[in-house]
Design a protein around this ligand. Structure first.
Ligand code: GDP
Length: 198
């Protein structure tokens, strides 16, 4: 898929106020600092559509971007940032939960995980929550440039095995990406394009 347009539409915390259009929607979520903003910018070929920052936990809202005038890319806040207060964590949980439970246009949630890290309980719990709520998701491994090819394969296999050893009967779809090397972009865009064409 070639990206011909990418426009910021709105920031929201309430799912009820999200765009009314029933375009297919793809959400990006993961722990703070996982590389979500960099990945979104790489995908849509913009330097700063999603704001990257050295300060994790900054994107607080549900951000809708309209891509090629026919689908929405949704940038959700990073979770698991230790310096966020308990109250903020609760608010986050409330509106993100509502988004996933109510947003009928949502086609797939992309859960981003840093390819270098062991599976983190917060990510595993989140994927389990998505599963029990019937939300389709795929994993995006980020920062693959930090590992050698053999290590990439090993980390991915080990990660998927942990999922299979816990609650999952089959491994989810996954993508290996690096915003630094600009890899994984075509696979991800083709995946989205194929679903949109169905
Ligand atoms: P976010 O908090 O999840 O939106 O993460 P950012 O996109 O702001 O990235 C967090 C940090 O990771 C920044 O210092 C980025 O430069 C770095 N980063 C993001 N993507 C990559 C990547 O693919 N490779 C490497 N090596 N670093 C990355």
């Amino acid at each position: 898929m070639k990206i011909t347009s990418a426009e910021f539409v709105m920031s929201n915390s309430e799912v009820a106020k999200c765009p009314k259009e029933s375009l297919p929607e793809y959400a990006f979520i993961g722990r703070s600092n996982v590389g979500k903003s960099s990945l979104i910018n790489m995908l849509v070929d913009r330097k700063s559509l999603a704001k990257t920052s050295g300060r994790p936990g900054k994107t607080q809202l549900i951000n809708h971007f309209k891509i090629n005038k026919n689908w929405f890319l949704v940038d959700l806040p990073g979770y698991g940032y230790a310096r966020v207060s308990k109250k903020d964590k609760k608010t986050f949980q409330k509106y993100i939960t509502a988004y996933f439970e109510k947003r009928k246009q949502l086609v797939c949630a992309f859960v981003l995980v840093d390819i270098r890290h062991e599976p983190q309980p917060i990510d595993l719990e989140f994927m389990e929550w998505l599963g029990t709520h019937g939300v389709p998701f795929a994993i995006i491994f980020t920062k693959a440039d930090k590992l050698k090819p053999k290590a990439i394969q090993r980390h991915v296999t080990d990660y998927l095995q942990v999922l299979l050893d816990t609650v999952w009967e089959e491994a989810p779809t996954y993508f290996v990406t690096s915003s630094t090397n600009r890899t994984g972009k075509e696979d991800l865009l083709s995946f989205i394009n194929d679903i949109n064409l169905q």
